[in-house]
Design a protein around this ligand. Structure first.
Ligand code: GLY
Length: 560
């Protein structure tokens, strides 16, 4: 082919790809979208057997611990937002909490007052009291249909059969090998040189699951498993006790709800900042004609960034565990407050974050995660984000029980004013106290349109969770994209401090970046190869479910 023909061929191919409408997996009855195919498969099989979304949640959460130890584990916590087929809604908080022996300055050097590096992120001192088992049992007890034994059986079978290492997984295992060895020891089985297509069996985890299958929830919090876990934590230099485990309870919460045009958004309430922050951003954007600005244009990025900047400044100051601090939710989400917050915004130039402190409200008195979305054949929906915080959590792995422990304690402000591993600068509201839940960004969300279920969406990504969920909803609503197309789009993120717009590389042209820079924005398009890994389900006008599984990971939508 001569050069001209080759040029024509490449140009036509690119044009054809651009014009081709991307469609995700379609299903008529029910769907599960998660970080791994095996996980979505097991969840869908539960639904096919007549189970509902809560049964599927139970199996999916446990299968993530088997197949996706990067973020799924019995040693983590999470949040679930649900909408039943009759339109009733709710939320479940099974976030980790601080051990009884925790205290405000536990990560500070007593001489210098500085944060001790790694103490809140690596090893036993970083671990919060896990909530995952309490969460799935609480959800199942209230709404599940199938017996627990039946839900756990396929998960145990998969743990024994093993999971096949994907290319992306191999790279992640390799990346964290040194940290695994540092926290565990050189014989740690996940620290060996795994190659793509190897099979990793989770035999110890299978045994733990068998005990839970036999003895129920209390096996984890009061039984042999609790004893093994506490002995291990004490040996590893941690402070978790049997009393901590015995006292752990998941909590039902009222979700955050708000309207955006003709949508009704239902999202997670504190101790996650997700719902409030998402609401503040969307309510700030709503009065503008975002669709006319175009998708990912200078003007739309400016508007979204400025709304994000202001919402994150409030997040970091006002939000914390609602059982410990009073959060001025009504004021933060009031039209008057949001209008006043956006008064300093101009398309002519960036507002420096130094000029955007938290809003002036008087308080009277007081990054790796994973998401799954489920819609069942009865019309129930659950949106769940679950985490052990960092990649493989604290890297501390209890061999006898077969799972990683979280490093969720880093989500507290170790020292108000100092950034955590996501660069989030927190304040007193999120300081450490015994039994307090650390502030989260997890944003499991359900969207209704004209009173009907419309979308189920969420993502991992630490502080970028909220803005990834935001952009996915906007892509569908403002820019008429389908679910898969909306998930695929390049993403950007601003969180007040650092005063930088993070962008996925290759997703934003140099000309666009230069124009934003000239308006006073600092762009970082090199350090975040991936922002979020969104899992969404969209209900199309004829009732068909369209899955959006993020191509940034091994994620998969499965339905029937
Ligand atoms: N650990 C991440 C989050 O809770 O937002």
């Amino acid at each position: 082919m001569n050069r001209f023909l080759l040029y024509c061929f490449i140009s036509c191919t690119i044009l054809a790809c651009k014009q081709q409408k991307v469609t995700g997996v379609l299903a008529t009855n029910a769907m599960v979208v998660s970080a791994r195919e095996e996980v979505s498969e097991i969840g869908t099989q539960v639904l096919q057997k007549g189970g509902n979304a809560f049964d599927a949640m139970f199996a999916v959460e446990l299968t993530l611990a088997v197949a996706y130890p990067y973020a799924g584990s019995l040693g983590g916590g999470g949040f679930m937002v649900y909408r039943l087929e009759d339109g009733s809604i709710g939320a479940l908080d099974y976030r980790e909490k601080a051990p009884l022996a925790a205290h405000k300055n536990m990560y500070l050097d007593s001489l210098t007052g500085n944060v001790i590096p790694d103490k809140s992120t690596l090893g036993a001192m970083a671990v919060g009291i896990p909530g995952n088992i309490a969460g799935i049992f609480a959800a199942h007890e209230k709404y599940g249909k199938l017996p627990i034994e039946e839900l756990i059986t396929p998960v145990i079978a998969l743990a024994k059969k093993g999971i096949v290492v994907t290319d992306k997984q191999q790279k992640r295992l390799e990346k964290y090998r040194d940290a695994f060895v540092k926290v565990n020891d050189s014989n740690f089985f996940l620290a060996k040189a795994w190659t793509t297509n190897d099979t990793i069996k989770r035999l110890q985890l299978a045994k733990t699951l068998e005990r839970i299958q036999k003895n129920g929830r209390d096996e984890f919090y009061k039984g042999k498993t609790a004893q093994i876990l506490v002995d291990f934590m004490q040996r590893s230099g941690g402070i978790m006790t049997l009393e901590d485990l015995a006292k752990y309870e998941a909590k039902w919460r009222t979700p955050i709800t708000f309207s955006y045009d003709d949508l009704q958004i239902i999202s997670m309430s504190p101790p996650s900042s997700g719902g409030i922050c998402l609401a503040e951003i969307m309510k700030a954007i709503e009065p503008y004609d975002l669709d006319t600005y175009g998708h990912n244009t200078v003007k739309s990025i400016q508007l979204i960034t400025e709304a994000e900047r202001r919402a994150y400044a409030d997040r970091n100051y006002f939000l914390g565990d609602p059982d410990f601090v009073t959060i001025p939710t009504e004021t933060l989400l009031s039209d008057a407050y949001i209008k006043e917050r956006m008064q300093s915004f101009s398309f002519k130039k960036a507002t420096p974050s130094t000029e955007v402190a938290h809003g002036n409200i008087e308080i009277i008195e007081s990054n790796e995660t994973t998401h799954y979305s489920i819609v069942d054949q009865f019309g129930n929906a659950v949106s769940v984000t679950t985490t052990i915080n960092g990649a493989y959590g604290s890297k501390l792995y209890c061999e006898e029980l077969g799972f990683f422990l979280n490093n969720e304690m880093d989500d507290f402000s170790s020292k108000p004013g100092e950034p955590n591993m996501f660069g989030l600068v927190g304040a007193e509201a999120n300081s450490i106290a015994p039994e307090k839940r650390m502030l989260s960004s997890m944003t499991p969300t359900i969207v209704e349109k004209k009173g009907k279920l419309y979308m189920v969406v969420g993502t991992p990504g630490g502080s970028t969770i909220i803005t990834s969920v935001l952009q996915t909803i906007l892509n569908v609503h403002e820019y008429d994209m389908g679910m898969q197309e909306a998930v695929n789009q390049p993403r950007f993120h601003h969180q007040w401090l650092p005063d930088t717009i993070k962008m996925e590389p290759d997703g934003f042209s140099e000309a666009l970046q230069a124009e934003l820079t000239s308006l006073g924005y600092t762009i970082d398009a090199t350090n975040s190869p991936v922002i979020g890994k969104v899992e969404g389900i969209l209900i199309l006008p004829d009732g068909t479910l369209e899955g959006g599984a993020d191509p940034r990971g091994d994620d998969k939508a499965v339905g029937f």
